[in-house]
Write a protein that binds this ligand. Structure first.
Ligand SMILES: C[S@@+](CC[C@H](N)C(=O)[O-])C[C@H]1O[C@@H](n2cnc3c(N)ncnc32)[C@H](O)[C@@H]1O
Length: 380
């Protein structure tokens, strides 16, 4: 991995600014994704990410003229992935869409009774701001505008002026009322109008979109679905590129609970129960995912997975080795481990700095045999 330099340095200053719509824990680095897509595919190929999270893989695929299929069980991951795939072609289009949403907000913001909003959600916002946020999400929901919903989710909480909440952290929703007491920082608790913030956010998203030619609706297929039952045809994908969940190293539901609430998942515990992250069931569920990946891959095609070794509570779980060893059997002998590269993740790249959850990442590359004998089952 070192010779490829895949993990070194930051790619944030060069990647599409559409990759920065909203934060996501465990996000793949778009530079690595780009290199792998270029290496393994050609324009027009279908690339699947069954655990798409913030949609880094599908967006890079589309920007490079490939086609993108994706699943994720989290409505937040689905919203970001679909929002990127359905991003407006240019800034003028984006501004026009935002204008329609803001007119809706003006008309409907006073319709909302804040007593129907959970108290913990209310505690993050000035009531006037909260009414505007509710109206904006209602518009996105009605119009199925995942791009604007993703942008809203990206400015939901933080203490910076461009965000909508009272002072809070950005990745994970914690109020910072002790660090910024209301008596000392009253301006941080004032009404934060949505219009100027979302407009600036849209402009940031298009500062360097890297869209050369906008793809059409046939170029992507994004689903809110379980990777254990992929809703795609047998032998339909040219390449699978993904970073699967690693045991319980990251809390995809809890850490996104405020964004999930606005997107229609009021109880994050319910999502957490469904994700493939629990220690007791992780291996058996991942085997089902591997079998599905093998089923949808075209014979002779590759699957590349970025996986991490997890250290928690004094135990080390090497997800890469576990998946590397189980893929062959799980796929009925169809997937063979082609190569495994390992690298130490620089501390600045870790999702949780200062913790020892994930120190090394592996790139596993599997190949599906040309003579697959697997049964043809379709969940499409
Ligand atoms: C490591 S993250 C993927 C991050 C993504 N590569 C990115 O760059 O943003 C793993 C994802 O798997 C999703 N997930 C966990 N179990 C799943 C399942 N059984 N089916 C589909 N998605 C699942 C989580 O919601 C999470 O978004």
């Amino acid at each position: 991995m070192k010779e490829l330099g895949l993990w070194n340095g930051s790619f944030n200053g060069r990647e599409s600014t559409l990759q920065q719509l909203a934060p996501y824990i465990g996000k793949l680095k778009s530079g690595i994704v780009r290199s792998l897509i270029r290496h393994f595919t050609k324009p027009g190929d279908w690339i699947l990410d069954p655990f798409s999270g913030s949609g880094v893989v599908p967006l890079e695929a589309l920007l490079l003229g490939r086609r993108a299929a994706a699943t994720d069980l989290s409505i937040y991951g689905y919203c970001l992935t679909r929002g990127k795939a359905e991003s407006p072609a240019d800034i003028d289009d984006a501004v026009a869409r935002t204008g329609r949403m803001l007119r809706y907000v003006e008309r409907h913001k006073s319709d909302f009774d804040l007593r129907s909003v959970s108290e913990w959600v209310r505690s993050f916002f000035h009531p006037k701001t909260l009414r505007e946020i509710l109206a904006a999400y209602e518009f996105c929901h009605a119009k199925k505008d995942y791009f604007l919903a993703a942008c809203l989710s990206g400015i939901l909480h933080h203490q910076r002026p461009g965000f909508l909440s009272y002072p809070a952290s950005h990745m994970v929703p914690y109020l910072r009322t002790q660090l910024f007491p209301r008596e000392v920082f009253p301006h941080l608790y004032e009404y934060r109008p949505l219009a100027e913030r979302i407009t600036k956010k849209i402009h940031r998203a298009y500062r360097r979109s890297l869209i050369v030619k906008k793809w059409n609706r046939d170029s992507y297929d994004i689903r809110l679905a379980d990777a254990r039952r992929l809703p795609f045809e047998c032998n339909s994908m040219d390449f699978v590129l993904t970073s699967p969940p690693y045991y319980k190293a990251l809390d995809y539901a809890r850490d996104n609970r405020l964004r999930l609430w606005f997107l229609g998942e009021p109880d994050w515990h319910k999502l957490e129960e469904r994700l493939t992250t629990r220690v007791g069931t992780y291996e058996s569920e991942m085997k089902q995912c591997l079998a599905e990946i093998s089923r949808v891959l075209k014979p002779g095609s590759y699957c590349a997975m970025v996986v991490g070794e997890v250290r928690k509570n004094g135990k080390t779980r090497d997800t890469g080795t576990i998946l590397g060893l189980s893929a062959h059997e799980a796929s009925g002998g169809d997937l063979t481990l082609d190569s495994m590269l390992e690298d130490e993740i620089p501390a600045v790249r870790r999702s949780r700095r200062g913790t020892s959850t994930t120190r090394t990442e592996k790139l596993l590359v599997f190949r599906k045999t040309l003579n697959s004998t697997a049964k043809i089952i379709s969940h499409a």
